[in-house]
Design a protein around this ligand. Sequence first.
Ligand SMILES: [Zn+2]
Length: 387
Amino acid sequence: MPADPVAIARDLVRCRSVTPDEGGALALLQGLLAPAGFATHRVVFDEPGTAPVDNLYARIGDGKPNLVFAGHTDVVPAGNEAAWSHPPFAGQLAGERLYGRGAVDMKGGIACFVAAALDYLQANGGKPNKGAISLLITGDEESVAVNGTVKLLQWAAARGEAFDHCILGEPSNADAVGDTIKAGRRGSLNGTLIVAGRQGHVAYPERADNPIRGLMTLMAALHAPLDGGSEHFTPSHLEFTSVDVGNATVNLIPGEARARFNIRYNDRHSQTALKALIERRAEAAAAGRVRYAIDWQPSNADVFVTKPGPFTDLAVAAIVEVTGRKPKLSTSGGTSDARFIKDYCPVLEFGLVGQTMHAVDEYSPVADLATLTAIYRRIIEKYFAQQ
Ligand SMILES: [Zn+2]
């Protein structure tokens, strides 16, 4: 009997694994993988000021190549549960859809990979032809992501685990399974621009120095284009996300003004070079007249791209064979755990359709679960046939 991705996804949805709670989700996966011969490890990570989080690493087979599937069983909260037409943790099937928190982000994707791997193993005498299949499943992706993938990768490396290629099962598709592979992500950098002035009475501006003028000058300068895009990326852009003076009074010139900004940047920049560019622009615009500082927040979201090659070709071919669609290789969207995995091996993101992720009435069409399982199955088959 082939493993049923819909049943696995439904059972996973029924686990209340809102970050940082494991909710039974990892135990459920362990219960499916261990009997099939996977060596499974549950690892709890902890750090002062954060909740401990449970993670799972499972592997079958030895040596190279090690194809790793990465994902997270934690989910964002359901919000107002009364607003859902199907309870968020009931895993109800209705109208050929599986409803529930995590149906697409990303318990559904995990269920599809598990079903595909079990099916492949069953057809291949219980082991990959050569090498290994691994699953790297975290319970800490949706929140602060400090006791999850980063530490799990370090833990695995310390045990001597080596990864050759990774599929991250995040919902990568825009409209239909097979339309998009995410093959890289822009970097993300946050900063605050702080302009100093001199507080005073609004009726006597000559006795004060209004920092809002200086802030406007610098903000205008920082809005200038950063680049014209690159081969794999759209142009980088800086967006101001907040302008703060905090002045509750009508007759006061404030002493300080701040503006927060975020930059989504492409592979034409490194973090260091980008900071230097912004600082040069601010300095030129300030022209020695505006007193300012830029406060950069630490960022672990560097830009990366997984360049087209045999692994990408293999995934594209599997998708074309199953769906008839040729996926676009995209680098759009927010950051994901791929930003950590890319330091260990090439990583592609491919999963379900992202439309309802984090929304009320999150659902996956049952047909999508079948399609994604068939694609993962084909990828595994091709991957080990090729090696
Ligand atoms: Zn996700």
